[in-house]
Design a protein around this ligand. Structure first.
Ligand code: GLU
Length: 310
């Protein structure tokens, strides 16, 4: 193994059965790490306690195994990690960068227009509340969420699939949540703390998370954590460009098994339509490795943003 081993990850949220899009992202992450002699960490992202179900936590692991997507470390669980998230949160707080936000969903909806078709920009409503204003909101029984103040710098990265990407956090994102009003730490904070603690050097995931990456890079800078490389793979989309979803049970693994017959046939088909392999012949992830190069995989992707599921 080289001095700088590649460490990739699977980071499923156990909120439903895996679908073809999840399998594609996991397969790409596995191939990128393994083709460079690297390792894969499994992290179960069960921050959302209400939507995470024990049955899915179990199922997702069986699904990876059935597909031949083996991991080398973990599973690690986000529900075990509150202490680490708390320490990071305190560091940000000590630097005076965190403030309480009392906005309701309706306030946020009314105040923030989605920007550049990406995500709503928080307009800074609660950024400068006085102590007295905070106290009066709390006297009304409102529990605040906590936001991180951003600065006006541009954050840029070169994504291995999407190419150069830039965001101005103030203009394109606004101050973002690091803790929800129910006390749960937010995804952006947890993912950054976990990627660092688990030694992740290579993040491969769906392009829907590209617009979160500048927030994660900003947090890594504030917390003095290393930056992994990022590769955001296209989304698989159904009819009318609708992304596949767990809720709609689109292309869920049990239905894929009925259609394709074997896990090898599923893996081969997904690899074929996404350009991870030159053909869609049945293949295990291990078999796909022979022909896979992390350097060249972008060139074979049919469209860097979305690929029709068929
Ligand atoms: N848990 C997220 C998901 O299942 C992935 C988050 C990430 O890769 O950073 O969509």
């Amino acid at each position: 193994m080289s001095d700088n081993p590649v460490v990739g990850r699977f980071a499923p949220s156990p909120t439903g059965r895996m679908h073809a899009g999840n399998i594609y992202a996991a397969l790409a992450a596995w191939l990128v790490a393994k083709s460079q002699g690297g390792r894969i960490v499994l992290r179960i992202e069960d921050l959302d306690r209400e939507r995470s179900k024990a049955a899915y936590i179990n199922q997702v692991q069986r699904d990876f195994e059935a597909l031949g997507l083996y991991w080398d470390e973990g599973p690690f669980f986000q529900h075990d990690r509150d202490e680490a998230y708390c320490a990071a949160f305190d560091t940000l707080k000590e630097r005076g960068l965190v403030y309480p936000c009392y906005c309701t969903r309706a306030d946020l909806h009314a105040a923030s227009a989605p920007h550049r078709g990406e995500k709503p920009v928080y307009p800074g409503t609660c950024r400068h509340l006085s102590t007295a204003e905070c106290a009066s909101r709390e006297a009304d029984g409102r529990k605040p969420a906590m936001r991180l103040a951003v600065d006006e710098r541009d954050i840029s990265l070169v994504d291995l699939v999407q190419g150069p990407y830039r965001q101005n956090l103030e203009r394109d994102c606004g101050d973002f949540l690091v803790q929800r009003s129910d006390g749960a730490f937010a995804y952006q904070l947890a993912v950054v703390v976990d990627d660092a603690a688990q030694g992740i050097t290579s993040v491969v995931r769906g392009v829907d998370l590209l617009c979160s990456t500048p927030q994660q890079i900003y947090l890594q800078e504030l917390l003095g954590l290393p930056h992994p490389t990022y590769a955001h793979v296209p989304l698989l989309v159904g009819e009318k460009d609708r992304r596949l979803s767990k809720r709609d049970k689109d292309a869920a693994l049990d239905e894929l098994l009925v259609r394709f017959g074997t896990p090898r046939a599923i893996v081969g088909h997904i690899a074929g339509i996404t350009g991870l392999a030159a053909s869609d012949e049945p293949a295990t992830p291990e078999e796909l490795l022979k022909d896979f190069s992390a350097k060249k995989f972008r060139a074979r992707i049919p469209d860097a943003v979305q690929i029709p599921w068929r």
